[in-house]
Each structure stands twice: as C-alpha cells, then as structure tokens.
Design a protein around this ligand. Structure first.
Ligand SMILES: Cc1cc2nc3c(=O)[nH]c(=O)nc-3n(C[C@H](O)[C@H](O)[C@H](O)COP(=O)(O)OP(=O)(O)OC[C@H]3O[C@@H](n4cnc5c(N)ncnc54)[C@H](O)[C@@H]3O)c2cc1C
Length: 389
C-alpha cells in the first residue's frame, strides 16, 4: 500500500474512534497530548516532510490532497485536534516550498535538514505568531529579537498558540533591532516551563466557545531563546512562496466538521422517523439550502486543491476557498441548528459545538479583515476559473 493510502486508512480508523467518543471530546477544555502521540504513531507528522528527508511528501501536485484528507477525516472525530494538527503542515511548508535562495543557499539547506530531521525524530511543530492588538497582521509584530550566543532572545506578547503543551517547536515572528519589518523565528518548547522561570509565562489560558480543546493559550515571552529562519529575504516572500498550501490544511478542518454535521442531521431525521414528506416547508427550505452550501464548500476546496495539483501553487484559489468556506460553514451550521430544533441549543447535541467550531475558520490566518484586503488585491488579476473568450 502507498504511504498516502496507508496514512489515510490509519487516520480514518483513529477518527472513527474519536467520533465514537464525540460527546466526551466535545466537552473537553484542553488538548490531550496523548492524542498527538497517537497521530504521530500513525505518521501524520511525516506527511508534510519531503521524501528526500525521510517523510512522505512528494510534491504539492500529489501530496496536498492526502494532507487535507487526513485533517478532514480527523475533524469528523475531533475538530480541535484537527485544527491543532493543521498547524504543523503549514509550518513545514515554510521550509519545504520556497526554491533555494540565490544567496545563503548552504545555510538554508542546513536549516531545512535540521528542521525536517527533527520531525523524523518525533518533533511536532506549531505556531504562535499572533500578537494581541495586531489583528493577525504579521507586519504589525511588536515582539523584539535580540542577538545572543549565535541565536536570538525573543521578548513580547503572543496569543493563540494552538497546541501549546503538545508542540515540541513553535514558529513565531519578531523584529530585530534596527529592522523595519519582522522575521520568522522558531523556538524549542520541549523543556519550557510556563511559570516565567525560563522566559515563558502563561498569561491567559485558552477559554473559548469553540475549538475549546486547542490550548491556544496567550504567553508572555521574555528573552526566550529562538533561531532565525535562515531564509535571506523578507518574511512575506517566504510566506507567499508556500503558495497557499498551509491555508488549505486549515480549511480542511472545516470540511470535516461539515461532513460530520450533515451526516448527523441525516441520522437525526432517521431517528425521528422523518421522511422527505414529513418536514415542514421551512425545514425543507433550510435543509435544501444547507445541502447547497455544503456542496459549494466542497467545490471551493476542490477547486483550490485541483489548482495546486495543476500549477504547483494556488494562493488566489486557496484564499477564495478559505474566505468562502468560512462564510458558508457558519451558514450551514446555523441552518442545521434551526432544523434540528431547540434541542440543538443543548450541550447533548453536537450541533451547537460545531456551530462555534466553524466560527474559527474566518479568524485563522489571514483573519477576516486581512483576508478581504488580500482578496481585493488579487481580484484585479481576474477570476480563477473564468473561460477566456
Ligand atoms: C481557534 C483559533 C486558533 C488559532 N490558532 C493560532 C495559532 O496556532 N497560531 C497563531 O499564531 N495564531 C492563531 N490564531 C490567530 C489568528 O491567526 C489571528 O491572528 C487572530 O484570530 C487575530 O485575532 P484578532 O482579529 O482578534 O486580533 P486582535 O489582535 O485581538 O485585534 C482585534 C481587532 O482589534 C483591533 N485592535 C486591537 N488592538 C488595537 C489597538 N490597540 N488599536 C487599534 N486597533 C486595535 C485589531 O486591528 C483587530 O481588528 C488562531 C485563532 C483562532 C480563532
């Protein structure tokens, strides 16, 4: 069996097990690190690592679909865990996707080897880039990086560090003295205490309406050791060179939630003995609209993945997919909650949890306002998929 097929078959089994524990998992307020260990045992962390460095990734043309399907399956069992897991491939893309730079190629290659090697040895990477007050705009990073011992020390406020406590490494941004824009850095979190004793203080534990078990905590960093990304250009260049693959992994989480929610609704109809004729007019219309929007969600994502497979990059399509799916997923969940009835308001129904979970889609990088500005700029290049006359 090919790597990808085996991975998906294992992840499907794991996700089914998680789905069977849905009630208990939806009530969780914290990430269980043993879940990450389970995913590691299945090799999910290796799916983002190039084959030449010991992983399963062949290229964006063939491997992104497998990556997205794995996250999507996982989200059917546990959306918080799927969202946390979608950060790692996004971060690996920073080292995997850019072409070798014309200067500093040897340092870049040495760092790639070290980063990919860490994953082969069992590391799992996340990101804590966001800063309070930045609105998710990396250009507004305020954290500082001071040189020290051949590396850097990072000081500043960071929040939304999904996977905290289970991630071995975290990618972040900070501004070096005299620089007018931030750079990417990464930090080893393996021995990090959260009490301020080694430069890291837990400021606000994650306490959210949705994606409740992601440990997306806020921290204060004070002279915390970090390594600068060896990319010689700007933070934006390397980010844009990823071609949208990271964003597609995040988006796959929300497809999985819609898969599970639509299936749940069908099962609920069956449990109630409802048939196509017994729904009231309003319910029929809401259900048809949810069905239509779910299909659009799938098509938006498929369009972006196919564009990536054809062209090797899909920034515009991935941005469109993310923004459209964020809107549509909220709409689908609203409709399903209405059809299900007042019971959906209770915590014994999974729908209210998913309703809150999908709201995260629009806040993930780039969050709503920045996503809209990016799409506005890209819109001047035309509509992907339009047929030239
Ligand atoms: C479930 C979830 C998981 C996430 N996981 C991660 C992750 O793993 N890693 C990560 O790095 N990020 C993560 N994010 C964060 C995400 O990528 C965005 O950065 C974040 O949602 C942006 O937050 P915000 O819009 O509330 O911005 P905030 O910075 O809180 O700002 C809110 C709004 O107020 C404005 N504002 C705030 N302060 C001021 C001020 N002083 N003056 C003027 N305007 C101000 C901002 O411009 C913005 O419009 C996650 C988000 C969610 C919801």
């Amino acid at each position: 069996m090919l790597h990808g097929e085996r991975l998906l078959s294992d992840i499907r089994d794991i996700a089914r097990g998680f789905a069977a524990q849905r009630r208990e998992r939806q009530l969780r307020r914290e990430l269980d690190p043993t879940d990450i260990a389970t995913l590691k045992a299945a090799g999910l962390h290796l799916a983002a690592i190039p084959e030449a460095y010991g992983g399963y990734w062949q290229n964006a043309r063939v491997s992104q679909r497998v990556q997205c399907q794995a996250i999507r399956l996982l989200a059917q069992g546990d959306p918080s865990l799927a969202l946390v897991s979608s950060m790692h491939p996004g971060m690996m893309a920073l080292w995997r996707e850019p072409e070798a730079p014309s200067t500093g190629a040897a340092e870049w290659e040495a760092q790639r080897r070290a980063v990919f090697g860490s994953v082969v040895e069992g590391a799992w990477w996340g990101t804590i880039t966001s800063e309070p007050g930045s609105g998710g705009d990396i250009a507004r990073t305020k954290a500082r990086a001071e040189p020290a011992d051949g590396g850097y020390l990072i000081t500043g406020e960071k929040h939304f560090g999904s996977g905290s406590g289970a991630m071995t490494h975290m990618v972040t941004t900070a501004v070096r003295q005299g620089a007018d824009s931030p750079d990417w850095f990464f930090m080893d979190m393996r021995n990090a205490a959260w009490d301020g004793s080694n430069g890291l203080t837990l400021k606000t534990p994650w306490d959210a309406h949705g994606m409740a078990a992601t440990n997306s905590h806020a921290f204060t960093f004070e002279n915390y050791p970090a390594t600068r990304l060896a990319w010689p250009g700007t933070w934006r260049e390397v980010f844009e060179a990823t071609g949208g693959v990271g964003s597609l992994s995040h988006t796959a989480t929300f497809l999985g939630i819609i898969d599970a929610a639509m299936r749940h609704m069908r099962e609920e109809f069956a449990r109630r003995g409802q048939t196509p004729d017994t729904l009231r007019a309003f319910e029929k219309s809401e259900w048809t609209a949810a069905h239509r929007e779910a299909a659009l969600i799938y098509q938006c994502h498929e369009a972006a993945v196919s564009a990536l497979e054809r062209n090797g990059r899909a920034r515009h399509e991935a941005a469109l997919a993310k923004a459209n799916i964020a809107l549509l997923a909220e709409s689908v969940m609203t409709r399903l909650c209405r059809i299900s009835g007042g019971g959906a308001y209770g915590r014994s129904s999974p729908l209210g949890f998913w309703f809150e979970d999908v709201r995260a889609a629009g806040f993930l990088r780039p969050p709503w306002a920045i996503a809209a500005e990016g799409l506005y700029s890209m819109s001047w290049a035309g509509e992907p998929g339009a047929l030239p006359l």
